[in-house]
Design a protein around this ligand. Sequence first.
Ligand SMILES: [Zn+2]
Length: 111
Amino acid sequence: MNPACGRFTEDILTGKARLSCSCGGTVVPQPNMTPGEWGDARRAFKVRHAGPKLTVAELEVTLTESVQLQAFYAKLLNQHDGGERIVFSSVEAWVARLRETGKLPKKTTPP
Ligand SMILES: [Zn+2]
């Protein structure tokens, strides 16, 4: 999800139906594409570049609430069955876990 996505322009003046997104992404019909395939490619591009449905501030609140829910239920279930589920104490702890497990890329330090 790219916050810069979501505004589309089509370049029909050049005779090539290039579809561009406000993020700089673009798609052009390939010579061997049928009109149906080009329609599919355009729809897929628009889905991929639809832009965020929530603001970053809303996503931050959503993430914080989700981590708190995780902690609550992990504790509750651990008390119930003696399990050892990880209780994430913060968004940062959750992000660190996602990096550990490869769901998020390992943090790279700038050169
Ligand atoms: Zn885009």
